[in-house]
Design a protein around this ligand. Structure first.
Ligand code: NAP
Length: 341
């Protein structure tokens, strides 16, 4: 009989607005015995993502909502500590859908877990949840496949210092674009320009985005990679170029609304400029992830690409840590460390 206890966060209620402590149920249960074909994963790091807020709603989306009473869905990285599967050996470091808990147990080829081994020599484990993980894949394929930037074009990205934004900007720089970020506060803007090599950054919390666009995108915007939606999207629509591409990646400014989502009032600019807006869901690109990991990994190895994470400690801090995303308190990809490496 196993003596391991597994602490978990389950979804207790569907939130209205920002998630509250009472929307979660923190509990524990013993880890059951391993069956043939299964693996037991000790969770080391959890990826905290804005999308988690959407998964808590009972509404139709690109993925099923988390059921009430179920362990909260989360991607993460862990160590295989027991295996009865030929696919994984004890000691393997794996990435997959572990959930907000200390241990994941199940079939190695479980479609919810869908684990793959990661190479810890290539990058740190948190970076495997960032530039080499889901946000990096989102940025890479969203920008290249949907945004289709060309050298010399102006690429604008909101949420620029965050997980997706930092990779969008760095990939666009590699392609020879002029890259402008939008981020909240002087420290994030400084990081984006001085550390990541963006050409400029607009601090939307301390100035007008409209003025910033006039100053930093004098030739207009060819590609806008939108992570935030709302008012910023509306202003950007007034500065797009002919045949501009707007990548709808997310709209974090709208996720905790208790009123209807604010759609773009200035959408007729798409008509005037023969421009388009197109959504992206990263999971559609799963078969091509190795291609992006290879390319970004190569840039990282050359010292030409950075991956910044904000690591918060302790599973018990999950509810408060998640809120950091919606308050702009994370500086880089938000990761929760559940156990020491
Ligand atoms: P992130 O940027 O690391 O963190 C969220 C950031 O959003 C915050 O740090 C904050 O930065 C900004 N923010 C929060 N509230 C805001 C508001 N009201 N207005 C403007 N900015 C606000 O998060 P991420 O993981 O990279 O995700 C970025 C976006 O991509 C999200 O919308 C997410 O849902 C989306 N996404 C989509 C896919 C997909 O497949 N479509 C996959 C992954 C992520 P500041 O301090 O700069 O305000």
């Amino acid at each position: 009989m196993s003596t391991l206890m597994n602490h978990q966060y389950r979804l207790a209620a569907r939130p209205l607005g920002l998630p509250k402590d009472s929307d979660w149920q923190y509990g524990s249960e013993p880890v059951r015995e391993l069956q043939d074909g299964e693996i037991l994963v000790k969770v080391l790091y959890l990826s905290l993502d804005p999308a988690m807020r959407g998964w808590m709603n009972d509404s139709k989306s690109y993925i099923r909502p988390v059921d009430l009473g179920a362990v909260m869905r989360a991607g993460g990285i862990g160590r295989v500590i027991a295996s009865k599967s030929p696919k994984f050996a004890e000691g393997d470091i794996v990435s997959g859908g572990v959930g907000v808990q200390e241990y994941w147990i199940g079939a190695a080829d479980d479609k919810h877990g869908s684990f793959f081994k990661i190479d810890a020599r290539l990058a740190t484990l948190p970076a495997w949840l960032n530039a080499l993980g889901m946000p990096g894949m989102t940025a890479y394929f969203g920008l290249l496949d949907v945004g289709q930037p060309k050298a010399g074009e102006t690429v604008l990205v909101s949420g620029a210092a965050g997980a997706v934004g930092q990779t969008v900007g760095q990939v666009a720089k590699q392609l020879g674009c002029r890259v402008v970020g939008i981020a909240g506060g002087p420290d994030k803007c400084k990081f984006v320009v001085e550390e990541l090599g963006f050409d400029a950054c607009i601090d939307y919390k301390n100035g007008s985005v409209k003025d910033g666009l006039k100053q930093h995108c004098p030739q207009g915007v060819d590609v806008y990679f939108d992570n935030v939606g709302g008012d910023i999207l509306d202003v950007v629509l007034t500065r797009i170029n002919m045949k501009a591409r707007i990548v709808i990646c997310g709209a974090i400014s709208q996720y905790n609304n208790t009123t209807p989502v604010k759609g773009p009032a200035n959408y007729l600019s798409l008509l005037v400029n023969r421009a388009r807006m197109e959504g992206i869901v990263v999971f559609d690109y799963a078969p091509r992830y190795p291609e992006a990991v290879r390319q970004i990994g190569q840039w990282m190895a050359q010292g030409a690409f950075k991956s910044r994470e904000d690591v918060v400690q302790g599973l018990e801090n999950f509810p408060q840590a998640l809120l950091m995303l919606f308050e702009g308190k994370n500086f880089g990809k938000l990761v929760l460390q559940v156990a020491p490496e």
